[in-house]
Structure formats: structure tokens, C-alpha cells
Ligand binder design. Structure first.
Ligand code: BES
Ligand code: MN
Ligand code: MN
Length: 462
């Protein structure tokens, strides 16, 4: 593409500074205390799309946070790309584990990012990756090289389940009509090993409440004679895996697809060092379902994990007490064909059935979503592959990811189009964790690769 490289060179410090400004806004969707900041971020996205050359940009109200819709339609006979991203971020806690404040972005060099990385909550997930698309559009419009139509749909509730987005998509099928959906909200293997995400896991998230006696009790006067909800809850949770780390919920695996030997062999070809993996995480040994490799465990197998557990006394010193209640949050990552609502029901039924009579158990489903696999014999995948080849000088490897973007399967159901997941983050970028960051290399490579996708997708669609 004409002048792409020189345009990037000339504008890269502005591109970085603009992203830094967006990262200063704490748009945490999970915490109502940040409502004004989430709305401020929505405005900032709107303005950025207008500046990048969209002809029409709207802040679309929903029952929750607004969706920013923007478009530049140049010719109805040309294909239309729909770009999706999210402007909300995860909560930043635990704050004390950050080396610099989460909403005061700074650039630091790391071993993996010798050219520097921007440290801030949302740097990689997903403000940095979303903004690559805005800057790619700016490049294409300002150099008169936009080859097709483009629509943007940027939401503010991805990190809390995208409820308003499903509401919006179901009501706006025509407006959102497109030939392909393009998302940068995943990762790649390494900066010198480009990959394209071809699968996402589904999710079922539940909350558990175990209630024993009607009040907190003296653990001496009552201990041993009354069920302790924390003891019971932990025992029930422990029983959810057997000695092979298989999940024990009846019928849980019924619909899990078993990959054919050639697909497994293909997966195993992706470069991976178990030693580097262990070292990066500071663990002596990996752990998981018997009979599967680490990459199989975290991509094509379903899981069940406790995400939080609480109850009783956790303050300073000791308090001898049997708490009346204990709580846990549990997530299950699901693979394609497992239906998240069905799995949530199976969990609820099983968990209630294993509760002893001495306690009451309540299971409350939160959000969830289906998994997704994208075929690689499509124009969309081939165009993406060519785009990476042109900017990385290497053919990208198709790779299934363990993460979830539940809205992707809804897009396919409601809008009848496929999604291409062009992620530029690295697993080591610490998304959802303290010290989240996004490599400058990755940010600029994204801005460089996206216009190439537009070009090849348009050419190959003819
Ligand atoms: N961008 C992530 C998902 C992701 C990250 C997929 C890296 C693949 C690779 C997204 O923002 C996210 O965090 N999703 C949640 C699910 C959501 C319903 C809260 C997740 O995966 O936990
Ligand atoms: Mn994300
Ligand atoms: Mn996320």
C-alpha cells in the first residue's frame, strides 16, 4: 500500500500519545463508581472515529452503557467490514501489585518488548487493540486508500458479559449488515511467530452461596456439632474434579468434540516451550487434565475454576467463629458444541444434589456465552493470512485460544457472518492482571497489518 510505512513513521509518536490519553480514563464497567468515566470514554471513542474519517458516528443508547457506531460507506457494490472492539476495562485491583498506577500510562522496556510497552489497565485489552483499527482507518482515509466500506461497533460492557450489545445487535441487523467481522481482542504466539486466533472457548459463570446456622457461632461452643459452611463449600468444590482432573459433573463432557488426530498434530506444531512457560509463571510443574498437553488443556478442553471464595473472618489476628455463610464464584470454560445454558443447568443440578442436609445451597447463574471456531478455508482467513505475511514476512499459524468473547457466536447467529480474530497481544502482556501492557511493536504492527487485510479482503471478494 502506498506510503503506509512512511505514514506510520511520521505519525507514530502521535499514535502512541493518543492511546496514552485514552488509557488515562478508568472506564471500568464492573464498578458503578466509574460510570462517568465509562461515559467519558464512550465520548472519546466517538470523537476519535469522527477524526479518523467516519461519515456518520452515533452514540447508541442501550439499557446499559452506550455502543459507539461509526461508518464510512463508499460504494454499496464493495464489501463491508464490521469492526468490533470494547472500550471498557477490567477493574485494576489489587492496586498494590502494580509497579506504576494503572491509569497513569508509562512506557517501559521489557525483555519481550525491547522497543518498549505501554503499561496501563486496558493497554492490550482492549483499548490499544481497538485503537489500532481507528488509526488504520485514519491512514486509509487520509491517503485515499480505503478499498471498501467499513462499520465500527465499539461497546462498553464486554468485561461484564455484553448484555446490552446482544440487545443492540438483535435490534439492528440491517444497520450492521456486513461481509466479515474483524476483531482485535485476542493474542498471537510471539512477536516473531505471528498467529491468527481460530477458536474461542465458551463460558458459564456462577455464584454460590452456602448457608448453615442462622447466625455466626462461637467455634468452641458449637464447633463439631454444626455444619461449617466454609468446610462444606470447600469439600463440595474439591469433589468437582477427580484424581485425573476430570470434571465430575454428570454429562458435562457429553457434547465436547474430540479433535481428529490430524488436527491435534497440526496444533502440536505451534512452537511452544514448556520450560519457558513454567519459568514465565514461576511454577515447578504444570497441572491439568490427564492425557492432554498444556496447549490442549488451555484451548480445546473445558475447565472449571474457582475465581473467588470468601466467608468467615479474614481480618487481622484470630477470631474463633463458625460463619453462617460461605461464598464462591466459579467459571467454566467451554468448548464448541457445549451449550453454556445447558452446562449452567447441569452444574446447578449437580451442585445442589451433592449438598448435605445440614446446609442450604444456592447457585445463581451470572453471564455466559458459546465458544467459537472459525474455518480457515474462507476468503476472510486467507486475506488475513496474506496481510500478516506482508507485514511480518511469515505465514501466520492458526491457533485456538482459551479465552472467551461470547458475543462472537451471537454475531454469527444474528448477522450471519464470520469473524476474523486478528489479535496482536501476547500472553505475557498480563491482561486482567496487575501491570497490563501492550508492546509498541505490536501496536504499530497492528496498525500496519489491518489496512492490508482491507486490501486483500476486497481484492479476493471480487
Ligand atoms: N479480550 C478478552 C478475551 C481474550 C483474551 C480471548 C485473549 C483470547 C485471548 C476479553 O476481554 C475477555 O476478557 N473475555 C472474558 C469473558 C467475558 C464474558 C468477561 C474472559 O475470557 O474471561
Ligand atoms: Mn477484551
Ligand atoms: Mn478482557
Amino acid at each position: 500500500m502506498k506510503s503506509l510505512f512512511s505514514y506510520l513513521e511520521r505519525n507514530k509518536s502521535r499514535f502512541i500519545n493518543e492511546l496514552i490519553e485514552l488509557l488515562k480514563i478508568p472506564s471500568i464497567s464492573a464498578d458503578a463508581a466509574y460510570k462517568d468515566d465509562v461515559l467519558k470514554m464512550a465520548d472519546a471513542v466517538k470523537i476519535s472515529l469522527e477524526k479518523a474519517g467516519c461519515d456518520k458516528v452515533e452514540i447508541c443508547e442501550t439499557p446499559g452503557y452506550p455502543i459507539i457506531y461509526g461508518e464510512k460507506m463508499i460504494d454499496e457494490n464493495l464489501p463491508t467490514i464490521l469492526v468490533y472492539g470494547h472500550y471498557d476495562v477490567q477493574p485494576a485491583d489489587p492496586l498494590e501489585l502494580w509497579d506504576s498506577p494503572p491509569f497513569e500510562p508509562i512506557i517501559k522496556k521489557t525483555d519481550i518488548h525491547p522497543e518498549g510497552a505501554i503499561f496501563a489497565r486496558g493497554a492490550c485489552d482492549d483499548k490499544g487493540q481497538m485503537y489500532m483499527h481507528v488509526k488504520a482507518l485514519e491512514f486509509m482515509t487520509s491517503t485515499n486508500q480505503l478499498p471498501c466500506n467499513v462499520k465500527f461497533m465499539i461497546e462498553g460492557e464486554e468485561e461484564v458479559g455484553s448484555e446490552s450489545l446482544s440487545w443492540y445487535v438483535k435490534r439492528n441487523q440491517e444497520k450492521l449488515a456486513n461481509d466479515i467481522i474483524l476483531i482485535s481482542d485476542t493474542g498471537m504466539i510471539a512477536n516473531d511467530i505471528p498467529s491468527i486466533t481460530t477458536g474461542l472457548r465458551g463460558l458459564s459463570y456462577v455464584e454460590i452461596e452456602v448457608t448453615g446456622p442462622n447466625r455466626d457461632l462461637h467455634s468452641g461452643l458449637y464447633g463439631g456439632a454444626v455444619a461449617n459452611p466454609i468446610n462444606i463449600l470447600t469439600k463440595m468444590i474439591a469433589s468437582l474434579h477427580d484424581e485425573n482432573n476430570h470434571i465430575t459433573i454428570p454429562n458435562f463432557y457429553d457434547k465436547v468434540e474430540n479433535l481428529a488426530a490430524d488436527e491435534l498434530a497440526e496444533m502440536a506444531k505451534a512452537p511452544f516451550s514448556l520450560n519457558d512457560y513454567k519459568e514465565a509463571l514461576g511454577i515447578n510443574e504444570v497441572y491439568g487434565e490427564k492425557g492432554y498437553t498444556t496447549n490442549e488443556r488451555n484451548a480445546i478442553r473445558p475447565t472449571l475454576d474457582v475465581n473467588g471464595i470468601w466467608g468467615g473472618y479474614t481480618g487481622e489476628g484470630a477470631k474463633t467463629v463458625i460463619a453462617s455463610q460461605a461464598f464462591a464464584k466459579i467459571s467454566m470454560r467451554l468448548v464448541p458444541n457445549q451449550d453454556w445454558e445447558e452446562i449452567t443447568e447441569l452444574f446447578k443440578k449437580h451442585f445442589e444434589s451433592i449438598a448435605p442436609k445440614s446446609v442450604k445451597v444456592k447457585v445463581t447463574p451470572h453471564h455466559g456465552g458459546q465458544g467459537y471456531v472459525t474455518p480457515i478455508d474462507t476468503i476472510g482467513y486467507k486475506a488475513a493470512s496474506k496481510a500478516y505475511e506482508s507485514t511480518f514476512g511469515k505465514t501466520p499459524i492458526p491457533q485456538r485460544s482459551g479465552g472467551s468473547i461470547p458475543i462472537v457466536s451471537l454475531f454469527e447467529d444474528e448477522l450471519k457472518s464470520k469473524t476474523i480474530l486478528m489479535g496482536f497481544g501476547l500472553d505475557s502482556d498480563a491482561i486482567h492482571s496487575p501491570n497490563e501492557h501492550f508492546g509498541i511493536f505490536n501496536y504499530l504492527k497492528g496498525i500496519e497489518t489491518i489496512p492490508m487485510f482491507y486490501k486483500y479482503f476486497t481484492e479476493m471478494s471480487k
